[in-house]
Design a protein around this ligand. Structure first.
Ligand SMILES: [Zn+2]
Length: 298
């Protein structure tokens, strides 16, 4: 810990970036963190008594862990089903600030793009296909927490989904190996798995990479330039038209009437009780269904 007026004055000229309220996270209860600033590659924490310290790797990890353990982003709509949010439609508009003061951005894998986001012959492609060689290391784009890390038989193959502080989720599909586990905190640049073509064995090896906000996919190339390995902006204003809304359109909900059970719904909607349970994160086989309760059935 250092206290030096001239250095502090110098630092005050520099860009102040503080998107988090760090107040409650001071290790020393007598001091309050008032902000963080960036000095080249280093981050500096400022305290209310005008002292400051470089943010060490250890301290950064502790701060991140605290955020991830307490932030509602990592508890609400949190489950290991692929699309856990219950939103029926994408938002009219949402402003995403990509990075907080402790975060960095890393391109998951730098290579040529095989296929872009958008319509193609066999339907809508909800991600970006980046070429790779089997076994290439795939890195996580931002700090976050792993929500899903398992094999998916629906076409993703070995899939890792990470949720980030900015409210986005990133998807890493067709991996030959998964290196992280669910609920694990990860830092941008950490290797989450190795590239492959699981779930898409008829194609060449590639990373299928998606970016989603509340389950709604948008074009990753609106976010970053793979050639330059940078984010295109600090933030992005996403509008309804930016999202692929097939998921929303195909979702169906049912409001429970007197005497109805999940088995009734399964019959009405030509599905299975187990399928209904799978898409309703708040339900399990022992849940009591109430009249008026809204249940997702498709
Ligand atoms: Zn793809």
């Amino acid at each position: 810990m250092k206290s030096d007026k001239s250095i502090l004055q110098f630092l005050c000229f520099m860009f102040v970036s503080c998107f988090f309220n760090l107040t409650s996270l001071s290790q020393d209860n007598s001091k309050v963190i008032t902000g963080t600033i960036t000095n080249g590659q280093k981050k500096v924490i400022l305290y209310d008594d005008k002292s400051w310290e470089y943010l060490s790797v250890e301290r950064r990890k502790n701060l991140l862990k605290t955020f991830m353990d307490t932030s509602s982003i990592f508890t609400e709509d949190w489950s290991n089903i692929i699309f856990p949010y219950q939103d029926k439609y994408p938002p009219d508009s949402v402003l995403i600030t990509y990075l907080d003061s402790l975060d960095n951005f890393v391109i998951p894998i730098v290579n040529r793009i095989n296929s872009k986001f958008g319509y193609r012959k066999n339907g809508f492609h909800k991600g970006l296909d980046i070429h790779l060689t089997k076994g290439d290391k795939v890195k996580v784009a931002f700090n976050g927490k792993v929500r899903y890390a398992r094999f998916n038989s629906g076409g993703y193959g070995n899939l890792v989904i990470v949720r980030h502080f900015n409210g986005l989720e990133t998807y890493y599909a067709h991996l030959s190996q998964i290196n992280v586990s669910e609920n694990q905190n990860v830092q941008s640049g950490e290797i989450i798995g190795l590239g492959g073509n699981t779930g898409a064995e008829w194609t060449g090896t590639h990373l299928h990479f998606e970016v989603r906000y509340h389950d709604f996919a948008f074009d990753p190339q609106k976010m970053f330039s793979i050639e330059d390995s940078v984010l295109l902006n600090n933030e992005i204003l996403l509008r309804k038209s930016d999202f692929h809304a097939t998921i929303a359109a195909s979702r169906k909900y049912h409001v429970i009437k007197s005497g109805q059970t999940l088995s009734h719904l399964a019959v009405i909607y030509h599905t299975k009780t187990s399928s209904i349970l799978k898409i309703n994160a708040n339900l399990n086989g022992n849940s009591i269904i109430k009249i008026g309760q809204k249940i997702r059935v498709k």
